[in-house]
Design a protein around this ligand. Structure first.
Ligand code: ZN
Length: 97
């Protein structure tokens, strides 16, 4: 079983969590100013890296809070987790440790 480290509660089994998509996607400051192509890109265009990926997760069956995680999409290993609003940590150091 995969163990995910909630930054608020600590380590819990993966069945308590739900995936929330890519992290650090900022809503446009003036959505009405976007054309259809720009709006579609905001809604649907996401990176799909092979390797480290910053993601939003929610501890749905625990504290209920959203947080961010850096996960290696190749190994499915969670490199680090951090609270929403915090800057993405340099996970490359932790990945090689
Ligand atoms: Zn939690």
């Amino acid at each position: 079983m995969l163990i995910i480290d909630c930054p608020y509660c600590g380590k819990r089994p993966e069945i308590e969590f739900s995936y929330g998509g890519e992290a650090h996607i900022a809503r446009p400051l003036d959505p009405a100013a976007l054309n259809d192509e720009e709006w579609a890109a905001f809604l649907y265009a996401r990176t799909n890296p092979k390797g480290l990926h910053a993601e939003r997760w929610r501890h749905a069956r625990g504290c209920g809070r959203f947080f961010n995680a850096v996960r290696d999409t190749v190994s499915d290993f969670f490199v680090t987790t951090y609270k929403t609003g915090e800057a993405r940590p340099d996970a490359t150091k932790k990945a090689s440790a």
